[in-house]
Design a protein. Structure first.
Length: 165
């Protein structure tokens, strides 16, 4: 669904999201997507900002709760996108800031395990699987640029937690 927000439209609500990534066995970028609870479409973990947490920390917490992953989250967003969130009685325009999360651990059990599916995709397939064009562009960019200006992506077999979750 395309956003109908115009520049300067402040009727949207802020959200934060984690873009969980790892380096696959072949050395290519993989992206973890989760299913939405209602429509079962592929999305990234996201939610409302959390009081007492910085936005990147809240994004990492969402990744833990919704996708069962822990890793090193970047402090600065890699981009943003807008979408229309379906609520019980209305649709809420949202602006989502996306934070890269280099996944270090996948949990066997997590809070929303029984509510969602999670699946690793090659970056190109992940980009093709999400509905939001700007999110798809961010994913494609990561797939082409494994070493951005903030350093290389952590190997999927790395141990330890960032402590930010």
């Amino acid at each position: 669904m395309k956003s109908k927000l115009q520049p300067g439209d402040f009727s949207y609500r802020a959200q934060v999201a984690a873009l969980p990534i790892r380096v696959g066995r072949a050395g290519d970028i993989e992206v973890l997507l989760i299913s939405s609870r209602e429509t079962r479409r592929w999305i990234i973990p996201k939610g409302w900002p959390m009081k007492g947490r910085k936005d990147h920390q809240a994004a990492a917490k969402e990744a833990l709760e919704e996708a069962g992953v822990i890793g090193k989250v970047r402090k600065h967003p890699i981009g943003g996108y807008t979408y229309q969130k379906r609520l019980n009685d209305r649709v809420q325009p949202c602006r989502v800031m996306v934070y890269r999360l280099d996944v270090e651990h996948e949990l066997e059990a997590w809070p929303e395990k029984n509510q969602r599916e999670r699946q690793w995709f090659p970056a190109g397939a992940a980009a093709d699987s999400v509905s939001e064009p700007r999110l798809a562009s961010m994913i494609r960019r990561l797939g082409h640029d494994a070493n951005d200006d903030q350093g290389p992506i952590a190997k999927s077999s790395a141990a330890g937690s960032s402590g930010l979750v």
